[in-house]
Design a protein around this ligand. Structure first.
Ligand SMILES: Cc1cc2nc3c(=O)[nH]c(=O)nc-3n(C[C@H](O)[C@H](O)[C@H](O)COP(=O)(O)O)c2cc1C
Length: 374
């Protein structure tokens, strides 16, 4: 999903503010079904342009772009569409984090969406082969399907469209509603379908009022998990800030958190956080052995760009850059943005704590010399 969200990641930041809860994004899709529709890269571009309120190359009337069926087009649909396109193109994700969730009435989905935005993770929605109807989850009725399933630990509801593999992911956030103090049985179906022995699994859930219950123990007893982190229950009213506050406490990637790319320019030392890309890792490895000095040329009033001494692995995606972004361009050039541009790049990192104006002032006009170290 680096691919999936990477295409959206910079857009997400720009877009999330404009689209969360915005009624202006509502699009009537009542007559539209995405069944059998084959999405293309152009669809991804169209939806991205739509979300960025840019002109699109096609008339989008009638397009089945409401991927998650919530009656609006938003960044989440863009992510799902990108995933579908990549799946068809047989392109492997290079993201190592997956957010998996089951949500019957949307509460857990909302938390999952916040997590996806925060982590840039890939996502996978568990859906039942036989969907849960409203009657199925009428827990006041002892005989409703959900209650019967929860009363029988051996039931394994079939999953509609199982994810083919989770091998490429190291970290899996697993979300579900609490049903009678436990994880829904379909979560057990999911867990028993894959090998988690070398994965980090982080449960999260929503409930009416009770806590995470016995779901964490159930999960750890059901399958072998490499590293199961303490889970978190959220109320339906939880905000993105609540989810972020929790996420920031998680012991994930702590080993690398102090490792910063250092950029010395005109006597000022900047630090940058590396992106989660192969190219960024390769850059760090190269710089570990010795710093490198580059000449970056002014280009377009938004970037300084120059040739690297090596080629790095290119995983280009359509990106709307932000000031401070460091990108790999054409596999062997590094670009630092002090303003925004929309193009295909591979993410290398982002300069910490600096505005576009400050960067532009520091860089000045014309070409600059920078020294990179790690
Ligand atoms: C069958 C069933 C059992 C439930 N059991 C509990 C429970 O034990 N404790 C609780 O606080 N909420 C319980 N709830 C409420 C859900 O956990 C809550 O509404 C949750 O946020 C729904 O998540 P979703 O919208 O992602 O499906 C139950 C709901 C259902 C349908």
């Amino acid at each position: 999903m680096k691919h999936l969200l990477a295409i959206c990641s910079s857009a997400l930041i720009a877009l999330s503010a404009c689209f969360s809860g915005s009624s202006s994004t509502k699009v009537e899709t009542a007559e539209i079904t995405s069944d059998g529709y084959q999405y293309t890269i152009q669809d991804v571009r169209n939806l991205q342009d739509f979300l960025l309120t840019r002109p699109t190359e096609e008339d989008l009337t009638g397009k089945p772009y409401d991927m998650n069926g919530d009656d609006r087009w938003d960044v989440f649909d863009l992510c799902l569409m990108k995933r579908e396109v990549l799946k068809d193109m047989n392109i492997e994700s290079d993201n190592d984090t997956l957010v998996v969730y089951f949500s019957r009435t949307g509460n857990t989905e909302k938390i999952a969406e916040y997590l996806i935005e925060l982590t840039d993770a890939d996502s996978y929605v568990i859906e039942a082969a036989v969907p849960y109807t409203d009657d199925d989850i009428k827990y006041q009725d002892d005989n409703c399907r959900a209650n019967k399933e929860q009363n029988d630990k051996t039931v394994r509801p079939e999953i509609a469209d199982p994810i083919s593999s989770i091998d490429s992911y190291d970290t899996i956030f697993l979300g579900y509603p609490i049903w009678w103090g436990q994880e829904p049985r379909i979560i057990d179906t999911f867990l028993e379908s894959y090998d988690f022995s070398e994965k980090t699994v982080i449960p999260f859930c929503t409930s009416g009022s009770s806590g995470i219950g016995t779901s964490e123990e159930n999960i750890s007893e059901l399958v072998t998990i490499g590293n199961q982190l303490e889970g978190r229950r959220f109320p339906a009213s939880a905000t993105k800030d609540d989810v972020k506050a929790w996420y920031d406490t998680l012991p994930l990637n702590k080993g690398n958190e102090d490792m910063k790319l250092k950029i010395s320019v005109n006597g000022t030392e900047l630090t940058a956080t590396l992106a989660d890309s192969t190219a960024a890792k390769e850059l760090a490895e190269k710089l570990k052995s010795e710093p490198v000095t580059l000449t970056l040329n002014e280009y377009g009033g938004f970037e300084k760009v120059g040739k690297l001494p090596w080629s790095l692995t290119k995983t280009d995606e359509s990106i709307v850059t932000e000031a401070g972004d460091i990108m790999l361009y054409q596999g062997n050039q590094m670009t630092i943005f002090y303003n925004s541009n929309s193009w295909s790049y591979t993410k290398l990192g982002h300069i910490d704590n600096i505005t576009g104006e400050e960067l532009a002032k520091l860089f000045g006009e014309g070409n600059i010399t920078v020294t990179l170290s790690y």
